[in-house]
Design a protein around this ligand. Structure first.
Ligand code: ADP
Length: 155
């Protein structure tokens, strides 16, 4: 199974959307493998958004992402990275498809509720960045055989 990183941004926390969004992931069948609240340091933020650091709007992103602590989460499931990314929707909430998290809860490019890893390479690097060894847990959900095809469980 794959593991992916989700960050509940300050926009989710300030707008009291954490439960609603987390509930979508749970109902989908994704497992919570790790979860904690933390304040993002300038260093970790610059590393996480290295591809944006030199863009003119980065200071706004930095201020937005440090406005409150965030909640970081490791979600596990078959093809979890692409599934969570599809549930997240396009970056700009105004353009994100209805039914996606950003499409349903965001009106903004910047204040777009959650971050979700974009690829297997990103997910591996991001989970390592935000979780220490021992903070991600392995357990067998009781409903697993009612969540996946038998062939996926045995692969
Ligand atoms: P995504 O989060 O969809 O993977 P990016 O990696 O391109 O998107 O951008 C990271 C984050 O930076 C976005 O989620 C958003 O919060 C912020 N961002 C991206 N583009 C803009 C923009 N043009 N103006 C303000 N904030 C932006």
């Amino acid at each position: 199974m794959e593991q992916t990183l989700v960050i509940f941004k300050p926009s989710a926390i300030q707008r009291s959307l954490v439960g609603e969004v987390l509930s979508r992931f749970e109902r989908k069948g994704l497992m919570i493998a790790g979860m904690k609240m933390m304040t993002l340091s300038p260093e970790i933020l610059r590393e996480h958004y290295a591809h944006l650091v030199n863009l003119p709007f980065f200071p706004n992103v930095e201020a937005s992402m440090t406005a409150t602590p965030v909640i970081v989460m490791c979600l596990r499931g078959v093809e979890a990275i692409s599934v969570v990314r599809a549930m997240t929707g396009a970056t700009n909430g105004r353009q994100a498809a209805p039914g996606t998290i950003r499409g349903d809860f965001s009106m903004s490019n910047q204040e777009n509720i959650i971050h979700a890893s974009a690829s297997p390479e990103d997910a591996a690097a991001e989970l390592k960045r935000f979780f220490a060894p021992g903070e991600i847990f392995d357990y067998t959900p009781a409903a697993l055989s009612f969540t996946y095809d038998t062939s996926k469980l045995n692969s």
